[in-house]
Design a protein around this ligand. Sequence first.
Ligand code: LLP
Length: 416
Amino acid sequence: MDFFNYRQAKLFAEDTAVADIAAEFGTPCYVYSRATLERHWRAFDNAFDGYPHLICYAVKANSNLAILNLLARLGSGFDIVSVGELRRVLAAGGTPEKIVFSGVGKREDEIRAALQAGIRCFNVEVSGELDRINRVAGELGVVAPVSFRVNPDVDAKTHPYISTGLKENKFGIDIRSAIHEYRRAAQMANIKIVGVDCHIGSQLTETSPFLAAMDRVLALVDQLQSEGISLHHLDLGGGLGICYRDEQPPLPADYVAALMEKLAGRQYEIMLEPGRAIVGNAGILLTKVEYLKPTADKNFAIVDAAMNDLVRPALYGAWQDIIPAHKDSRTESLNWDIVGPVCETGDFLGKNRELKLMPGDLLAIRSAGAYGFTMSSNYNSRPRPAEVMVDGEQVHLIRERESFEQLWAGEALLPS
Ligand code: LLP
């Protein structure tokens, strides 16, 4: 559930009309709802009902400092994949002991920075990474907490670009060779084994792939136990889907209940790394219709947002709902392709949408809170949008619209 609703014919974000936000901050503009964000985080947290757990929000979904800070205030942990994300979490007031570090290509400087910060654990994804962590930890005179991200070879039944738990994917350590890596780690002077991790993909709409992966992880855990390697935590990754159109993913409570049923009787701290399910439906992208271009074959509505601002439709063919800021009947409903000004045929935000449109109308692209701003770019020298956070009737600017000077900041001319 989110807090973007119509009152009379006007779209509101919590108690604020989105048209007022556009008037004050311009378009395109990302608008987030604090109440939605917090509600979604709590839905995960409350689902554990006192059982030891840690929700490690996946920073890549939306890394704005204000969002990280609100989650840190709730007590959230964080799943990071780069030193840039580490710096963001620390700058936002996140606790190092609640940070887990995932990712297939951790550089030496990133490992060093994470060890110096004192993070909770590395999710090791490559055999050579374990040796590297052991060496860097030795140089620093510390012991590195590690868990292995195992690849359970389970079909997540999602878009191939965001499926990560099949053996042909680059992620994680083949679950069949994981035991060997654990044995190696157990012998290393500067490594402490603390857990196991598995993330099979994103935008999953069923629990069965999660449960299949968990069966394999638990079999590994039992095998480790029989060899005297005991773990403190199980990190079951992120990936719970959201409703973009008509998907019916399980609620966080049902998903967690299904996981806990499998755990029956075992005592491990459970970690989850949700991103999209927390922030996806807590954000919209506001955009203005610049021109209408009806042609003999297609009707194009050209808006001021583009693939550089929100790339999911162009990159994955993802469907995101597009709704008017003001529902009215000034004009007839037609079938429109909603396209941006970028010089690419792939620059669309939605195709075949029945809408009543006039130039100057304001539209909201829904479900844009996750993998929206974080995947934006400056392609076509377009400054990235402003971001605002609505809290009831209050609107806080949480990132200024980029300026033209920022577009070329750091660039340099050759000497004449
Ligand atoms: N943990 C790890 C190790 C991950 O790789 C990811 C996402 C997550 C957690 C969070 O997954 P979530 O709960 O958000 O599904 N750009 C794509 C999604 C890429 C997801 C990458 N990994 C999209 O826009 O659909």
